[in-house]
Design a protein around this ligand. Structure first.
Ligand code: FAD
Length: 458
């Protein structure tokens, strides 16, 4: 009997995994993960993502082993690696859960064509979104550009419940000699070399399914019920912190939705469901606009005079001050330091800090997007790019450019006792803390003038 291959990508789990269930239903299954840094257009992972992936793959390997299924690790362009592995295995079928980025879809289509041409059954499944991007359409059949009608239309569609685990002991191929050798995870060098800057990440996070499921349980049985009130407060544990678990697919959105429904509704659950809806909307956008991370959705912003760090020493110094949390603006610095130390930043502070970079420092949103891509453990191709564009005012359903957050007012409102700021910027208010790198009022006025001249030119 020929084994079936399951190709894991952004779905590092064994529960609610349709591709794995299909492979196991065939008989003997083998798992594969390909570190693909060579396919054209596929964005290389940032450093924090690589750290997470290392531990996530260890976790996946252990879970698969409990089911008697080996996990092969290979490096290279997936369109080359897959045919090699399928051939070496003598596989009869290959299964994977679909992904939605442009270059990734091209790779997947090439693998599917090649497998089919080689007489191997290739089948793909929906698993990482509640609604695949092309299933939610306007009355005219196009994509949505505004969140509220998108989510209304999506919410009217039926959604399945999460599926469970495959039966254990079905991966009988484990001991077959023809199972091709994989590579060692250590050899991939995903963990930081010396100096090891990832200590704080390890303290803040436990990558893997069990930790994600525990977080979901803890959140749903407590903070969820006050989510509508607490979610904007970085000084409280008011949000779920599920983002990296969803990003890496340790949890499926179907599992999250089921748990939400079991929690019995209420304002907290409803606002939380909407946030999960934003996740769907960001992927809807990336599917329509594969260059979301590099191109303004509203092209009129192409003429906006944003600067780049390479424009000069001043921009470089300002960018570095922002990255390291040394701008002299307390809430921004607290957020940037939280990010650097833990690989995560509270959503309200992400918005404030991004707004500050783009509107007060006048630096291009792509500079910030790239920094977040490198440092976030939840760095997500769609969510990161769409949110940066949203804050910058050039994205779909974006916050208007002229709405500029005042970080100090935001701090008073959302960190009223300064607990968050004191935690991350203990020297705030002492001579050791830098003076603001920019005057908030003057820089705000300049940004509005730039916007006015952009409009006048068009
Ligand atoms: P919760 O408040 O508990 O929300 C639950 C889930 O809903 C999140 O895990 C996430 O999957 C989804 N969600 C929440 N807010 C948003 C949002 N604004 N847009 C889309 N989905 C959302 N999130 C990422 O996962 N990866 C990123 O790379 C990312 N980059 C961002 C960049 C900027 C500039 C901004 C403003 C936001 C970004 N976000 C990103 C969205 C949001 O900040 C995080 O999802 C959230 O802070 C994660 O914490 P949580 O899991 O506790 O969220």
């Amino acid at each position: 009997m020929k084994p079936s291959l399951v190709w894991f990508r952004d779905d590092l789990r064994v529960q609610d995994h349709p591709a794995l269930l299909a492979a196991v239903a065939d008989g003997a299954a083998v798992g594969l993960f390909v570190l693909d840094e060579a396919s054209p257009g596929v964005r290389p992972l940032g450093a924090a993502s690589r750290w997470w992936l290392h531990h996530g793959l260890e976790d996946l390997g252990r879970s698969l082993a409990e089911l008697g299924i080996p996990l092969l690790l290979r490096r290279g362009p997936a369109a080359t690696v897959l045919p090699e592995v399928l051939d070496a295995l003598g596989a009869g079928a290959v299964y994977w859960n679909r992904r939605y980025g442009g270059p990734e879809r091209e790779v997947d289509a090439a693998v599917e064509r090649r497998a089919t041409a080689d007489g191997i059954h290739a089948e793909t499944f929906a698993a990482s979104l509640l609604h695949e991007p092309w299933t939610v359409r306007t009355g005219q059949g196009g994509p949505y550009r505004v969140f509220t009608p998108f989510w209304k239309a999506a919410s009217a569609r039926p959604v399945r419940s999460a599926w469970g685990l495959p039966d254990a002991g079905r991966g009988a191929v484990l001991s077959l000699p023809e199972c091709p050798d994989g590579e060692g995870l250590e050899a991939w060098g995903l963990l930081p070399p010396r100096p090891d800057w990832a200590g704080g990440l390890g303290e803040a996070w436990e990558p893997g399914v069990a930790a994600g499921e525990q977080l979901l349980e803890d959140f749903a049985s407590g903070p969820l019920h006050h989510y509508d009130e607490d979610r904007d407060r970085p000084d409280l544990d008011g949000t779920s912190r599920l983002s990296p678990y969803l990003r890496w697919g340790h949890l499926s959105p179907f599992q999250v939705r089921d748990r939400l429904l079991a929690a019995g509704g209420g304002a907290g659950a409803s606002v939380f469901a909407t946030q999960v809806g934003w996740r769907e909307f960001c992927w809807h956008q990336l599917h329509e606009h594969p260059h979301l991370a590099t191109t303004n959705l509203r092209r009129e912003f192409d003429a906006f005079p944003w600067s780049w760090p390479q424009d000069g020493a001043e921009e470089a110094a300002l960018t570095e001050a922002w990255r390291r949390g040394r701008t002299g603006i307390e809430l921004v610095d607290a957020g940037q330091r939280e990010l650097w130390a833990t690989g995560w930043m509270h959503n309200r502070v992400r918005m404030v800090s991004a707004s500050f970079l783009v509107k007060n420092l006048g630096i291009h949103w792509r500079v910030g997007e790239e920094w977040f891509w490198d440092t976030l453990v939840d760095a997500d191709a769609a969510l990161n790019a769409a949110n940066w564009q949203w804050v910058a005012g050039c994205g779909a359903d974006a916050a208007p450019f002229f709405r500029i957050f005042n970080p100090n007012t935001q701090a008073k409102k959302f960190d009223p006792e300064r607990r968050y700021i004191s935690r991350w910027v203990p020297e705030a208010g002492t001579p050791a803390y830098p003076e603001p790198v920019v005057d908030l009022g003057a820089s705000r006025r300049r940004a509005l003038e730039d916007l006015a001249s952009l409009r006048a030119e068009q």
